[in-house]
Structures are given as C-alpha cells and as structure tokens.
Design a protein around this ligand. Structure first.
Ligand code: PLP
Length: 414
C-alpha cells in the first residue's frame, strides 16, 4: 500500500465514460460508414438501420420488461413516461425532495404538480410518504434509485398500488442495480434510464423508457415521435391508441451504436465497483460515529458511490477537506440537492405563468416547498460524505481510501 501522499496519484473518476475504448470507436465508425444515422430509414432500402432496435432488444432482455424505447435523454424519457401514463394539468406526482432537477421539471412541463416527499437514510424515497402525501389528485409516484442503490420497492409498490397510483422508476443513476434479484426498472409501471456522461453507461446523451404495458409503450412511442406510430412499431404491437401532439425525443443510430457497446459493459463496471466497495468496508471495519447509508438490498447495489453519515454536520467540511488532502475523492458525482433550493422551485415558474402548477399557491414558496417542511431530508443531506468509486480505481486505491478514512476519523472524531 502506498501511504505516502506525495507519490500517491489520485485515481481518475468515471464509470461508463472511463470505460470508453476502441469498441465504441469501432461501433461509431461502422455506423457512420453505414450512412444510416436515422433510426426509421436511410437512403439504402437494402441496408436498413438496426442500432436503435438492437439497443432496445438488448435492454428488454437485460431488464426483463416487454418493451423498451430508446430516446434522446433521460429527461426526455421521464417526460415521455409521464405523458404515456396520461399525467397532466390538475394531477399530482409524489417525488423525493432529494432528486435530480429533471424529476421535478418534467412533472411541471406536463402541467402537473410535483409533491415533494422526504427521503429516508437510504437517500431514496421514504415509502411511508406515499400514504401521507396522497390526495385525490395524486396520479403517480416517481421513485429515484439514487446513485446505484435501489429504493425499497416492495414497500413502495405495495403502498402505491394499494392507493391506485402508477409507479415511475427513475433508474438514470442505477442501470444494472438489482432489488431482491430483479433489476430496477422491472418493478414499476414504467421506468427510465439516462446515458448522460456521468452515468454507469454513457453515450454522452441518450435515454430509454421500459415498460410491460402495451398501451404505455404505444403512447410513449407517440409522445417521443410527434404523435406518430410508424410502421416499424406496428410489427411490435398494432396501434390501438389515438394520435396526439407529441415531441421529438428520438435517438439517433450513432448514439445507439455507442450505447449498445456500453450496455454490454455495465455488469463488469458494477462488479468492479462492488469488489472495491466491499474491500473498503472490510478494511475500514466499524468506526464509531460513522453510519453507512442504509441499503434496502445490499446484494444488488451498484457500488459506485459509498455514502456515510457523521453525527455532527459541522464535522462534514473538515472531514472532507482532510480526505481530499489525502487525495481521496469525496464529493458526490451528481448535482443532486434538495429540490426546494433549486431556482425553478424558488420562482415557482413554468415557461408561461398560466402553465405553472404552483400559480394558485400563495404566498410562494408554499408549505411543502420550503426547507423547514423537510426536517429529515435536511438532516440527512447535511451529514453525509460521498466516496465515489470508478472504473479506473484499483484495489490499491481501495486500500488507500480505507486507510485514509481511518486516519481522518482518528484525527477528527478520535
Ligand atoms: C436521477 C436522474 N433522473 C434523470 C436524469 C436525466 O437524465 P439526462 O441528463 O439524460 O436528461 C438524471 C441525469 O442527469 C438523473 O440523475
């Protein structure tokens, strides 16, 4: 082990992006050479496009749903998921206060009201919040599997379905994560993935929607392609739904060719991270004053970011600085922070005043959109430290992290 920080090199971060190599390069070049960059047709009828279709088929087999629809981003997929289950003006969607921007903006863009929920110490939606926040306007619950750890899906599905609510799984940060042996994305009514740069698999941009429901699939196809349902999809399932005005959220063949190679690497990235995570936990052992993030199912988590809580929030900054001085990366790899601090919630605006689902809540921010309404989320998110792991991390890095953690613990809490 190298304990000398003058010679130790800080490991490079990155998951799918760090695993990009000549395989993606070759796939992208082949796609370019095919001159078929649009999923539905090209110039040569003898040589039809295949990459997006292949990506969808591979995803269906990997996740275990019946349908997959590749899209331009995870945000596009979230908006499409909401549209597919007919969420609209007057509706409410329960969403964890601790979640990515898109989880709220997509609900607002559909004209519905995001209802912010507390998280629990798994940093995911507290299942008890569903019953507490349900009103006669609630249509759906959006579950976010934050940074590779599955939410407690048994409790969430049971509670949501008992109340007649749809469950949307946001798996943007958790492709490959499993809960009770089954992949996330296969639990809810509809689920989404993101292939943005920071994610476990990436194509720079890109997203995917999966579902088991034919009607949801057809409406998703229509939403992502200007309301159309092209002949390609007729072969999967004949049209039954009326057309409506949708958006253009289609994925290109070029994106799909890269995503397809990356999809085949996710399990290897996951097992690499899990091995390192376990090594760190074993080498650190128990440290008084440190509590690790709760995992509803520790056998299935991705392991790319380890979180622990300190008891006193005032110790977080000195702890991070000391770890950082030892060349340990210790900031989360996501821009997640509580939605009630985001600019778009502070203004309560949509693109037009009449389109805002908050327009009648005065004064603004109303209860349910202020920090004081979320004592649990505030408490948890002010006390954690994140230890990101990555594809380029080695067992020696894991040992360095464990050793540094013990040293800093002794310095600050000892
Ligand atoms: C939890 C979560 N949901 C949705 C998204 C949106 O994905 P994208 O950036 O592909 O639009 C992201 C990623 O940025 C995310 O982390």
């Amino acid at each position: 082990m190298n304990t000398d920080t003058t010679t130790y090199t800080r490991p490079a971060l990155g998951l799918g992006s760090a695993a990009l190599d000549e395989q993606e390069e070759q796939a992208a070049v082949e796609t370019l050479r095919s001159r078929n960059l649009f999923r539905y047709y090209g110039d040569d009828p003898e040589n039809p496009p295949t990459r997006v279709t292949q990506l969808e088929k591979t995803a269906v087999a990997w996740i275990g749903t019946d349908y997959a629809l590749a899209m331009s981003s995870g945000t596009a997929a979230l908006e499409t998921a909401l549209a597919a289950i007919s969420v609209g003006p007057g509706d409410e969607v329960i969403v964890p206060a601790w979640s990515w921007l898109s989880c709220v903006t997509t609900i607002v863009r559909m004209g519905a009201r995001p209802v912010l929920a507390e998280i629990d110490d798994s940093l995911n939606l507290d299942p008890n919040e569903i019953q507490r926040l349900k009103t006669d306007k609630t249509r759906a619950v959006m579950v976010v599997h934050y940074q590779g750890v599955a939410a407690d899906m048994d409790k969430i599905i049971m509670s949501a379905h008992k109340l007649g609510l749809f469950v949307i799984e946001d798996c943007a940060e958790a492709p490959g994560t499993r809960y009770k042996g089954r992949p996330v994305g296969a639990w809810g009514d509809v689920a989404i993935y993101s292939f943005q740069h920071n994610k476990p698999m990436t194509a720079g941009e890109g997203g995917m929607l999966v579902t088991r429901d034919i009607r949801t699939y057809e409406r998703a196809v229509r939403m992502h392609d200007l309301g159309q349902y092209r002949p390609y999809h007729h072969a999967t399932t004949p049209p039954q739904e009326p057309a409506f005005s949708g958006a253009n959220y289609r994925m290109s063949e070029l994106t799909a060719s890269v995503a397809l190679v990356q999809l085949k690497k996710v399990d290897a990235i996951k097992s690499h991270c899990r091995i390192l995570q376990q090594k760190i936990r074993d080498e650190v052992g128990e440290l008084p004053g440190i509590t690790w993030r709760t995992m509803p199912d520790s056998t299935g988590d991705f392991g790319f970011e380890m979180y622990f809580y300190l008891e006193d929030p005032d110790n977080v900054e000195p702890f991070q600085s000391a770890l950082n001085a030892l060349k340990v990366n210790c900031l989360p790899r996501t821009g997640t922070y509580p939605q009630y601090y985001r600019e778009n919630i502070l203004t309560g605006r949509a693109h037009h005043p009449a389109a805002s689902p908050f327009r009648d809540l005065k004064p603004w921010p109303a209860p349910g959109y202020r920090p004081e309404d979320f004592p649990v989320t505030e408490n948890l998110t002010r006390r954690f430290i994140a230890l990101p792991l990555g594809w380029k991390y080695t067992p020696a890095d894991a040992t360095h992290i464990a050793h540094s953690l013990k040293t800093v613990h002794q310095e600050i809490l000892g």
